[in-house]
Design a binder for this molecule. Structure first.
Ligand code: GAP
Length: 438
């Protein structure tokens, strides 16, 4: 993890928030490469889960919601962690994570556990009184539930269908940590999939499988991914059943995504609290019911960290150490880098022309500084799947060498084939050099 965190900072994936002021605990900023990687992850999710499907639509609801939402959802009363203080060193811990009755830091005496609500509070409008309290949402899900009727009325969807959204959520975690894994501000990619109650079990199975396979599709090693069913004592207040997709991080197996069967809890709660009808009328069978909800709920930071950890590799190539991020080309922040072999004979100008041509289609980099081997290594370290080198032959016949990151194989290729070739290799999701390439 230390190597990943240091690579993230050095190469501009992730910086600590407000670093010049000493940093703000558990808050992180995505740098130039991190923001590209994050966008590629969220865009892949949006494309695979929403736009490519007939039974899904998207939503982008506000972070601030009516305070009664959180009353009805159960968050005001129940979204708490049990907290204990050490009387001696004053540190705070989650009571449910302690293994002994003495402070794990100093051995001091602990207070009784009390419930601590994880929602951030703030005030809306100019008066800071109890009437103006609003909360930063702790999950994007509730924005979907309260828009259930709006989406139904505005679309021609019939059950089963789902609504997905990507957005920021906030939790005042007592013990944040492990870099991007547990933070107080984070992004979620959530689906609420509405089904007939008697079909909930089979849709739950379907989504567990679909979401598990999504991580494999983007390159996570099967040996480091598992689906773990929750025990009855772990279930959230709304859940009838839940399974987590877990990744084996360097700090142990931990949750990337939860896939829950929320039953009709949320729609019923909001219907009762708001007095609005949140049921669905099935025209075909002439029956009205409150749908059950299957919820695949992922973070963005956790999958991003898992993709980085999984892709990180160190090897020795010709007696030189090489660090390589074997990211899926679709997720890689930079798709190709263009290099002039020499800084003379018109090679830099030609390489810049190729860079400009490719830039219209992909995120590309240009690098002319230092020995070519070192330039390849710099790109390997940030996961750039392809390197394109302009040499003396380019100036004669308009061909370049195309080097592939993982195999380091090189093939010669006409410049006018580059865009199609790169597009094919990137969308295939596999960085291997295509068979039959010249
Ligand atoms: N709507 C259901 C829900 O929010 P959750 O299991 O509490 O369920 C879903 O959160 C996902 O959101 C988690 O699997 C995780 O990826 C991400 N997540 C939750 N809390 C987080 C935190 N403090 N930091 C980073 N990601 C978090």
């Amino acid at each position: 993890m230390e190597k990943i965190a240091s690579l993230c900072k050095r190469r501009g994936f992730v910086f600590q928030s407000s670093e010049i002021y000493g940093g703000l605990g558990s808050c992180w900023d995505y740098g130039p490469l991190g923001v590209e990687l994050k966008r590629n992850i969220t865009e892949a999710w949006w494309r695979d889960m929403i736009t490519s499907r007939e039974d899904m639509v998207g939503l982008d609801s506000a972070i601030l919601m009516h305070p009664r939402v959180w009353e009805a959802s159960g968050h005001l009363a129940g979204f708490t962690d049990p907290l204990v203080d050490c009387r001696q060193c004053k540190q705070r811990f989650r009571a449910d994570q302690l293994t002994a009755e003495k402070c794990p830091e100093c051995g001091g005496e602990l207070t009784e556990a009390r419930n601590f609500n994880l929602m951030f509070k703030t005030f809306m409008g100019p008066v800071e009184d109890t009437a103006s309290v609003v909360y930063l949402r702790p999950e994007t899900a509730q924005g979907i539930f309260v828009n259930f009727q709006n989406v139904l009325n505005a679309s021609r969807l019939k059950i089963p269908f789902g609504i997905g959204q990507i957005g920021k959520s906030f939790r005042n975690e007592i013990t944040p940590g492990n870099f991007l894994f547990r933070t107080r501000e984070f992004e979620q990619m959530e689906i609420e999939f509405f089904v007939k109650p008697n079909e909930a079990e089979s849709w739950h199975r379907y989504w567990k499988q679909t979401r598990f396979e999504w991580y494999l599709e983007y390159g996570i090693a099967p040996s480091r991914l598992r689906l773990r069913e929750h025990g009855a004592d772990e279930l959230a207040h709304y859940a009838k059943g839940c399974a987590d997709v877990e990744y084996e991080f360097p700090f142990g197996w931990s949750e990337l995504e939860g896939i829950a069967n929320r039953g009709d809890f949320d729609l019923k709660q909001h219907a009762e609290a708001s007095g609005k009808d949140l049921s669905f009328f099935d025209e075909e069978h002439r029956e009205r019911f409150v749908p059950y909800v299957i919820e695949p709920s992922a973070g963005v930071g956790r999958p991003l960290l898992a993709f980085l950890v999984d892709a990180y590799d160190e090897e020795i190539v010709q007696d030189e150490p090489r660090v390589v991020l074997r990211l899926d080309p679709r997720l890689a922040p930079v798709k190709a880098a263009v290099f002039p072999l020499m800084r003379k004979d018109g090679q830099p100008e030609k390489a810049l022309m190729i860079r400009d041509l490719l830039k219209q289609h992909f995120a590309v980099a240009y690098d002319q500084a230092g020995a070519i081997g070192r330039r390849y290594r710099r790109q390997d370290e940030i996961g750039t799947p392809f390197g394109i080198t302009v040499d003396h032959e380019t100036m004669q016949n308009d061909t370049v060498t195309l080097r592939e990151r993982d195999s380091m194989q090189q093939v010669r290729m006409p410049v006018d084939r580059l865009v199609d070739e790169l597009r094919a290799r990137i969308t295939a999701g596999c960085a291997g050099v295509a068979a039959g390439a010249p």
